[in-house]
Design a protein around this ligand. Structure first.
Ligand code: C2E
Ligand code: SIN
Ligand code: SIN
Ligand code: SIN
Ligand code: FE
Length: 492
């Protein structure tokens, strides 16, 4: 076995254990260095003395300075990066040893490959986490004023990008309007309207495909830029169409103030964001259409009810206003008793329709100017059942049936049609019956004159626990007093 000459041995050890060796003085200035890997020697040739390795050393661990480091005999491991003049970044795993109180030596290995894949994984993780929070927002929210800025914030921070915009397609007007933007310096966002085919975004929408300008400077198409964009000095542009079910919903645009050469995962993530934008917009449009048709349906429903109400009032010689006032009174009373707001519409509808069953009562009974015979009463007592029969086929009125069905039940169980007693009677029917009787008594009837308000109040007090729920009457009395016994001003 031939021993290698000492220099050669050292050289071999050095080459196999380190890509870069640097000798530094106590302040971290480079005294000498060796780039043992030829590709590094080439990359950093001639410029190495300009690198500020001294600032990268983790010397803060030794408040006593190099002397303390030297005394400790430690080998200090740390990671650092160096960038070549042409912008290429290299990562190193370094080990720092103190040779003397005035000299330290740094052995380091190039770990760029590993570092890049670690950074890539971290970036993917951040993107996936960001995407998940975006998905949660989209799943739980239909407000584009909130979702679109969130989408652009994720785009800017996770792609990353310097600025981004989202334009919404108005398919009726064939116009794109700027719905959100993030990362612009210009103070105000002027309202941007673009025709299909006009400007970059208009081209993206028209051609339904991604447009990418990696260097806008000197690009003839730059002339299409609105002036507020020109002031931003963006260099790179990517625009993507947002499409669902074959319909173009908008355009997502990303801007860079430097030349952008995106890699595959960057473009993939941009595609994913555009897909999420399309879903958010599609959901919002669906919801808006649903809202619109619900509102129209609701209006149609309520005009149907009003129509019936007029028919009924006409026969009963009552004013339409009276039925409304009883309904208002019932709703106010229900509200005061803590009934949930979304129940109130059903209570109102039920109250308006409470006597709809009287359409089946012949005039000679309904309008009889005196007391009813037993047979006539048997017919009159059918009006709640008639109401149920009339209203049951109408599904939107099913939550409103309790009042038409049971407004003549009595707390003591002597009412009709089902002799329900106490809390067997649905709450809304118990509430309504007080308002109904008060209103009936204070109104003219073919069979008697109107009672005074005071007499009607006395009657209701006296019937508490007999006809009426003792839990509801006090609240009714409070409301009547507050309204000065008048029902005229009870519109809610
Ligand atoms: P309505 O006139 O709307 O009366 C509703 C409820 O108010 C009545 O339910 C009753 O609880 C109360 N009420 C109305 N007027 C009086 C009254 O003079 N004295 C007392 N103590 N309570 C009164 P009820 O009794 O189940 O009657 C249901 C419907 O039957 C009435 O609706 C009305 O259309 C009809 N009706 C009741 N009594 C007579 C009557 O003597 N002659 C005629 N023609 N119809 C009557
Ligand atoms: C925009 O980016 O907001 C419209 C500018 C254009 O695409 O021409
Ligand atoms: C009805 O009121 O006729 C049936 C619906 C209900 O249980 O309230
Ligand atoms: C309730 O039960 O408190 C709501 C009123 C109703 O039954 O319609
Ligand atoms: Fe009735």
């Amino acid at each position: 076995m031939t021993a290698l000459p000492a220099d050669s041995l050292l050289e071999s050890i050095l080459k196999s254990s380190a890509d870069l060796v640097v000798v530094l003085d106590a302040r971290g200035n480079i005294l000498d260095y060796k780039l043992t890997a030829p590709y590094l020697a080439e990359k950093f040739s001639g410029e190495f003395h300009y690198q500020r390795i001294g600032e990268l050393l983790p010397m803060s661990k030794y408040p006593g300075g190099l002397e303390e480091f030297y005394q400790s005999g430690h080998i200090l491991p740390f990671e650092f990066s160096l960038t070549t003049f042409d912008g290429q970044k290299f990562w190193f795993d370094g080990r720092l040893t103190c040779l003397s109180p005035s000299q330290q030596i740094l052995f380091s290995r190039d770990i760029t490959k590993y570092k890049q894949s670690e950074l890539k994984m971290q970036q993917q993780l951040r993107r996936m986490t960001g995407l998940r929070s975006l998905d949660l927002a989209i799943a739980s929210n239909l407000d584009l004023n909130l979702l679109l800025p969130l989408l652009l914030e994720q785009a800017n921070s996770l792609l990353p990008a310097d600025a981004s915009t989202l334009l919404l397609m108005n398919s009726e007007a064939n116009l794109l309007t700027l719905a959100a933007s993030r990362g612009f310096h210009s103070n105000a966002n002027p309202s941007v309207f673009l025709k299909l085919g006009a400007g970059y975004a208009g081209q993206v929408a028209l051609e339904r495909k991604r447009i990418h300008f990696s260097n806008l400077t000197g690009n003839a198409q730059g002339g299409d830029m609105p002036s507020y964009l020109r002031g931003e000095k963006f260099v790179s542009y990517i625009g993507l169409p947002l499409i669902t079910k074959g319909r173009i919903l908008g355009v997502l645009e990303v801007f860079h103030s430097s030349i952008l050469n995106p890699d595959a995962t960057w473009l993939e993530f941009l595609d994913i964001l555009a897909g999420r934008g399309a879903i958010a917009i599609d959901n919002a449009i669906l919801f808006e259409n649903l809202q619109k048709s619900n509102a129209e349906l609701g209006m149609a429903y309520d005009s149907t009810i009003e129509g019936w109400l007029r028919t009924l009032d006409f026969r009963d010689r009552e004013t339409e206003g009276r039925t409304r006032r009883v309904a208002d009174m019932t709703v106010q009373l229900a509200l005061a008793l803590g009934v949930a707001k979304e129940e109130l519409i059903h209570i109102r509808r039920g109250a308006i329709l409470h006597d709809i069953g009287k359409v089946a009562i012949p005039d000679d009974i309904l309008l009889k100017p005196g007391p009813l015979t037993e047979d006539e009463w048997n017919i009159m007592r059918k009006h709640p059942a008639v109401a149920v029969e009339l209203l049951t086929p109408i599904s939107y009125l099913s939550p409103a049936l309790d009042i038409p069905h049971w407004h003549h039940e009595r707390w003591d169980g002597t009412g009709y049609p089902d002799n329900l007693k106490g809390e067997q009677i649905p709450f809304s029917a118990r509430v309504f019956s007080i308002a109904d009787v008060y209103d009936a008594l204070t109104s003219e009837r073919p069979y008697r004159n109107a009672w005074t308000k005071q007499k009607a109040i006395e009657y209701i007090k006296e019937q508490t626990g007999k006809l009426f729920d003792p839990g509801v009457v006090p609240e009714f009395l409070k409301l009547v007093h507050r309204n000065n016994f008048s029902m005229a001003d009870w519109r809610s």
